[in-house]
Design a protein around this ligand. Sequence first.
Ligand code: AMP
Length: 281
Amino acid sequence: MKTETTIQGLTASLSPARSSRKIIGFVPTMGNLHEGHLNLVREARRLCDVVVVSIFVNPIQFGPNEDFENYPRTLEHDSHLLAEVGCDIVFAPSVEQMYGHKPRLTNISVSDITNDLCGLQRPGHFDGVAVVVTKLFNMVQPNFAFFGQKDYQQLAVIRQFVRDLNIPLEVIGVPITRATDGLALSSRNGYLTEEQRKTAPIIFQSLKEAEQQLKQAVNLAEVLENIKQTLTQAGFIVDYVEARTLDLDKIEVFNQDVVLFVAAKLGTTRLIDNLQVKYTA
Ligand code: AMP
């Protein structure tokens, strides 16, 4: 496995793969890798000849009061894990390498679907994601790019600008990897105290409970209210509990497949999760 920290080095490492028309798979991450990330890499390994993983904590997708400075940076450990799952190239650029010294005057802003859910709580976040992912796509020029359904809205935003801008690659969504108690794996779980970690799986439990209620024809608004109450009683500060169609359109009644979304804080740690619920008439 090679590690590259410059765009030039990355291009040189990818050059043999490009000239022999190998299928390149790409997994963008912010590092501090866990099984969720590794499952994306395994999927890339399964479908592609050459697997590139980027590790870059992207400053422009963090709000002023978010955790950019404290975000865990564990490159050495990440590299061991990536070597074990068969990654070929790790791309770990500095902020300078990514953004240079001159001001950036170009933005990539996806409308509508970003003015909802996490986009309302984190203004500018998805613009920051769209810019960095587009830059990385241009550097790696992959055939396939892999993203987790854990960040369902992010995946939708990426699919949208890839389609709108004719970026020549295929986006693959990978299901959420969970701990055995149901908590969706996340680098931010490491911020939780022991006590909070015990409380955190209630998010997934409340989503599964909601799924059961929907199947028993409980009204959608009531189901969402029940999740909110469960979480609040358990000590979460709820940012939102919402239901959307698979394309993130608003929905009032459960008359088609839906995705249930939760964002909630335990102390200062913000956790997100989602669950797709099938509609069977
Ligand atoms: P991050 O390092 O948090 O930016 O995540 C990098 C990629 O890993 C994104 O596509 C995430 O959606 C994905 N990811 C993170 N956690 C999980 C998880 N528990 N299950 C599936 N994908 C995940």
